[in-house]
Ligand binder design. Structure first.
Ligand SMILES: [Zn+2]
Length: 398
């Protein structure tokens, strides 16, 4: 008979074993026993269960010429699929990944509406389509995580989405009523930070990721958990005041950081001064190539104000890894060096400052990864995916 304690221990051991299998990609039972400090008998029993469940598969290594060919274990990446959704204000992105976080397919639809029931129906329509498309696999769609560009409470209700003008929306329960799949809601900046931790920065348990597009969002991973604050709304750092009595912000205050250090601030300024309806990255790249002084100066201001806010953030959180996600920073020569030069206070301490290598898909990929984490019930995931290879050649650590 398995007592409550024994079943709890079994669950914990399973989670430790699965985490190591995902992290290592291929690992033998003997090595699993070594890295987890669990007995060979425990490993064998747990692995037998995982193989029965179809989650783990055995592979015999062929390149060993001497002695017995070792039998290696790996996650059965095709046993089920995760659905990540990025619910932005004018479009929705869907990505399906396998269980090792490799994206299989992606789709983007323009929404042209902010009406909740219309968007709910669009979501349902697509979720049902993906559900039937992947029904052939053992577990089908194993979970859905939706990135919300606004405030998500700890109970996963949507408190407020500024650009959709949504208040107190029960999207999770509205979806779960109609589909038999677990749905989780998470702030988009949190999911970007999660993607950075899971796919890129395996070595850290303390990471901040700032997205600098329409505003400034901050996702915080501390001790491998989301840092959410009391209500779940922590990270609204774009509304930190950096210029007293500065530019008016939609939030009601003046001089908010995102009015100076988000890409939107630059696009808005250029659109107004040059009388162009929609300025594009290509326009800015061209102007920079042509040596446009105003655009260069705007970029220098962007970097200056960005550095001021980062200085404050660093002093507040003492991060290990700080990731910035911005196309403009990627385009502008030596942007990171310039920011580092500005962060020269003897008090500010951080180890690594980087521009995101994942880019704008980070929220939707973080959503897939979080669905996998919930499904496997592991404390953290380390996935490998080569973002430079244009969504190809993905694998877990091998
Ligand atoms: Zn504001």
């Amino acid at each position: 008979m398995i007592t409550g304690d024994a079943s709890y221990i079994k669950k914990i051991n399973r989670s430790i074993i699965l985490r190591e299998i995902v992290k290592e990609g291929l690992i033998s039972r003997a090595d699993l026993s070594k890295v987890t400090a669990l007995t060979r008998a425990t490993i064998s029993a747990q692995v037998a269960d995982l193989i029965d469940e179809g989650l783990v598969v055995e592979t015999q290594l062929e390149h060993f010429t001497v002695g017995r060919k070792p039998i290696m274990l790996s996650l059965n990446s095709e046993a089920g699929y995760a659905l990540g959704i990025d619910l932005d204000f004018d479009h929705i992105s869907f990505t399906v990944s396998n269980l090792t976080g490799t994206p299989i397919t992606s789709k983007r639809i323009e929404t042209n509406t902010t009406n909740y029931s219309e968007i709910l129906n669009l979501l349902l329509e697509h979720i049902k389509m993906y559900k039937s498309e992947y029904a052939y696999s053992q577990y089908g769609i194993i979970g859905i995580v939706i990135a919300i560009h606004g405030l998500v409470g700890k109970d996963e209700t949507i408190h407020y989405v500024p650009r959709l003008r949504w208040n107190n929306i029960a999207l999770k329960s509205d979806l779960e009523k109609q589909i038999d799949i677990n749905v989780y809601l998470e702030n988009n900046a949190n999911l970007s930070a999660f993607a950075e931790r899971v796919y890129v920065h395996h070595e850290t348990d303390n990471l901040l990721a700032a997205t600098l597009y329409s505003g400034i969002g901050l996702g915080m991973m501390m001790n491998n958990e989301f840092f959410r604050g009391h209500d779940g709304f922590a990270g609204e750092i774009g509304h930190m005041i950096v210029v007293p009595n500065g530019i008016q912000c939609n939030c009601g205050n003046k001089g908010c950081w995102e009015r100076y250090a988000s890409e939107n601030a630059i696009f808005r300024h250029l659109s107004e001064t040059r009388n162009i309806h929609a300025v594009t990255y290509e326009d800015i790249q061209r102007w920079l190539d042509e040596g446009d002084k105003e655009v260069r100066q705007l970029m220098e201001h962007f970097i200056y104000y960005l550095s001021i806010g980062l200085n404050n953030m660093i002093n507040m959180y003492n991060p290990d890894v700080l990731v910035l996600d911005s196309e403009l920073l990627r385009m502008y020569p030596n942007s990171l060096d310039k920011i580092r030069e500005n962060l020269n206070s003897s008090i500010s301490h951080y180890r690594a400052l980087q521009i995101s290598s994942i880019g704008r898909n980070s929220a939707v990929l973080g959503a897939c990864a979080l669905a996998i984490k919930h499904f496997l019930e592991v404390p953290m995931l380390n996935l490998n995916y080569d973002f430079q290879q244009n969504n190809k050649n993905a694998s877990v650590n091998i």
